[in-house]
Ligand binder design. Structure first.
Ligand code: HGY
Ligand code: MN
Ligand code: MN
Length: 414
């Protein structure tokens, strides 16, 4: 008789799957470049679909490319327990961000299959499209459509910096499904993810019992000046868009530093015409502010806008700024948090509660289903970096706690 406590995942099989799929977009430095809706994304999606079908799952794709692999339970009347994350990566991403959550869920599913363990509720693995928001902004786009935050048309219209549209790329790789996004519902959603920060490693703990996600706001800024000759244009007569952007970037950093636990970043910048001997006439850049408290984000936003206007006035530059994304702070479901905590205890791992600094699909799914997350460490807290590293044992620990947590939740339904 298989009981809750002795269903053990297969750590080697999990590790082998992580390393095997890392070749889809694998980089020379050992990371992954697998931008959403590229051929590399299609390759890993095809691999994932086949792996799920190999353990008896039915795979469905919705209208924005979200993939759902479903294993039936004893009671079809119960809403499924979902385990989800993402397979797309940053341009210089690592092997584990998002991927561990999807393949850790696959390992849990493979274990249930191996043991012929029948759960009460159906179980579903989810691969959410475009979590990263690197190619098509904003982040968590397709889980946002699923949660009713964005209409599908908004996602379809998003363009990458080369002007390619989301919908065209989705069709090109053959993953524009027919199911309406959000048509299916979950009884619960658990997301396993690497912490992407240094706290667990620093405290020597294996499991992060995640209680929520901080608030996040993204902006786009276009500074306009006047292109002119770097040799013939006196300094006092210039309208240098890049100087304006530089002062703004310094200001954004300063505003974040004025508020404990706030973060502020500029990650993407395009300078035009980007020629050695032309005073830049136009600069586009992105802004990312985050904090656990919405009221503080409001203060930060007001300071950012006021100081941006002052910089541009002083330098006689034009400036367009718009907020393109606002993901409010989220608190996860206490009963699911309890299942994770028990799951960590059953596996014998040291744990601690924490709020996520990074954004995750779970932040949006929490709007439509009870949701929570499980963290495991990553080396030096480094992520969104080809050097991202989570060990064999840490990956195994995360998958085991994920399995324990969903079985604990399932046992409460029986
Ligand atoms: O931006 C984020 O926090 C996530 O990695 N997409
Ligand atoms: Mn991620
Ligand atoms: Mn990420």
């Amino acid at each position: 008789m298989t009981t809750l406590t002795n269903l053990a995942i297969n750590p080697q099989r999990l590790w082998d799957s992580l390393m095997e799929t890392a070749r889809f977009g694998g980089t020379a430095k050992g990371g992954i470049r697998r931008l959403t809706l590229t051929d590399e994304d299609r390759q890993v999606r095809d691999w994932f679909k086949a792996a799920c079908e190999a353990v008896g799952c039915t795979v469905t794709v919705d209208e924005v490319g979200n993939m759902f692999a479903r294993r039936p339970g004893k009671r079809g009347d119960l809403q499924p327990i979902a385990m989800g994350s993402h397979l797309d990566t940053q341009p210089t991403g690592g092997k584990f961000d998002g991927v561990l959550g999807v393949l850790g869920a696959l390992e849990a599913m493979r274990t249930l299959h191996d043991m012929s363990y029948e759960t009460n509720a159906p179980i579903e693995i989810v691969n959410w499209t475009n979590e990263e928001g690197s190619r098509f902004a904003p982040a968590m786009l397709a889980s946002g459509v699923f949660a009713g935050v964005f209409p599908p048309e908004f996602a379809y219209s998003r363009e990458d910096r080369d002007g390619k549209r989301f919908v065209d790329e989705l069709e090109r790789i053959g993953y524009r499904g027919t199911e309406k996004a959000g048509a299916r519902s979950f009884g619960a959603m658990f997301e396993l993810h690497i912490e992407q920060g240094p706290i667990l490693e620093d405290e020597g703990r294996m499991i992060g019992v995640v209680t929520g996600v901080q608030g996040m706001r993204w902006y786009e800024v276009t500074v306009t000046g006047q292109e002119s000759h770097t040799g013939a244009t006196p300094m006092y007569l210039r309208k240098n868009a890049l100087l304006g952007a530089a002062r703004a970037i310094e200001m954004i950093n300063a505003v974040a530093l004025e508020h404990p636990s706030a973060v502020g970043s500029v990650g993407l910048i395009e300078n035009k015409p980007n020629s050695r001997n032309v005073v830049p006439g136009e600069v586009f850049f992105t802004v990312d502010f985050r904090h656990p408290d919405e009221a503080v984000l409001d203060v930060i936003e007001a300071k950012f806008r006021e100081r941006l206007a002052a910089i541009m006035a002083e330098l006689k530059l034009g400036c367009e700024e718009k907020r393109i994304w606002n993901s409010p702070a989220v608190k996860f479901a206490t009963d699911l948090i309890d299942c994770v905590s028990l799951g960590a205890d059953r596996a014998g791992y040291a744990k601690r509660e924490m709020v996520s600094g990074a954004g995750h699909d779970a932040a949006y799914i929490a709007r439509v289903a009870p949701t929570t997350m499980i963290f495991v460490p990553c080396l030096g807290g480094i992520s969104h970096n080809e050097a991202e590293s989570t060990t064999f044992d840490e990956c195994a620990a995360g998958a085991q706690v994920l399995l324990n947590a969903i079985l604990e939740y399932d046992s409460r339904l029986g």
